[in-house]
Design a protein around this ligand. Sequence first.
Ligand code: KIV
Ligand code: ZN
Length: 511
Amino acid sequence: MSDKLIIFDTTLRDGEQSPGASMTKEEKVRIAKALEKMRVDVIEAGFPIASQGDFEAVQAVANVVKDSTVCGLARALDKDIDRAGEALKGANSGRIHTFIATSPIHMEMKLRMTPDQVVEQAVKAVKRACQFTDNVEFSPEDAGRSELDFLCRVIEAVIDAGANTINIPDTVGYNVPEQFGVLIRNLIERIPNSDKAVFSVHCHNDLGLAVANSLSAVMNGARQVECTINGLGERAGNASLEEVVMAVRTRQDLFPCDTSLDTTQIVPASRLVSGITGFPVQPNKAIVGANAFAHESGIHQDGVLKSRETYEIMRAEDVGWSTNRMVLGKHSGRNAFRTRLQELGITFDAEEELNAAFARFKDLADKKHEIYDDDLQALVTDASIEAENEHVNLVALKVCSETGETPDAKVTLRVDGEEKQGHSEGGGPVDAAFKAIETIINSGSDLQLYSVNNITSGTDSQGEVTVRLEKGGRIVNGQGADTDIVIASAKAYINALNKIMAADVRAHPQL
Ligand code: KIV
Ligand code: ZN
């Protein structure tokens, strides 16, 4: 019987610390539901003391997620721990993750504390967290640059105090695989009460070694890996969930453990996170990149056609690449639409929502004759994005673009219930549309990112647009999809404006 490898996803916390990747409460809930569906064991939903927005997001995730443990991060301070405990009150299963730095440089330069004081504060924090839950994780921050004897001392003390998960972070991504594996083995062997806790690792990717270090740790006794979808995270990111999970699953001949994840949910989750954060996935990214299962060379194609194992170590469908078959068209009925959505795992709470989605589907089918699975996913996501727009909605847009003429846009928006018109010229049709919107809204925000992706192939494909806006240090991402990329762009811009106008967006998640 192989051991269980616990997957702790920190996309909503460390992932959100990527500059520009901030997410709203609703977006966090959407991602948390996708993680729960993937059967992720622990979802770190945020850092409740960081802001009111983060507190509410952790609370919202704790209230909706039933099958995964929901975790909140807290420094080793009473006020942080109390706030995390409060945010997790509604959770079926809640965990408090508390941390304090243990490396000489962090203790001296950042904390200005002696090693004795650090041990005392760590123990106090764990005891306080135990008053809220019996599921307490402790991290000696910058463990990868801490002294082994001191790490052993702190960890033994916090396990005695009640911590049942000990997470070893390579906070600055400094370690290399063999050495990191030896560190984990040494800790487990030397700490007398190590059998009372699960050892976990949390690796950053500054040297491109986060996944390799995590796997080396697993080979040496770690039984929890902290990771993120698409490897999102502070600086160069964290270990990528999809790579860790598939390496362990594919090489069961080497690993003495496995996860209980539904790996077919990996690609949908990757797309969701990429769409919400506006961080594209590079085409050659392992597992979730567009080319991850594409064979270009003739020799490879020939081999795969004869026997797929010649060049394929995993099956694309096992990680959720759908065959993306043409499913529906203009003449498809409501029942066929509902059935295919159900097969894709999309259900509606109310009949009116299905009716609205079906009306959108009919509109799309008028413009695009072959509707693929990816079109359906985009259509449903676009509908939920529009439903979240609280202040501004697009009513109409007319753009003129002609050789030798300056592009020109006329837009009608509904702003808090009132219809308003705007008009502007611009350097291109998208620029003109954004400027026309701004003649009405005057948001004062700066455009930081504008990106367009085609959802399927072909010139009639829907374009999926991400717009990132910044105002007074607050960064938001907006999305929109349409077969007309100028309209998709306007929808994305309007979605971002709604978020800028909402109250709960934070400057930056980390304190
Ligand atoms: O990288 C790190 O050290 C962290 C800790 C809070 C676990 O993110
Ligand atoms: Zn981290």
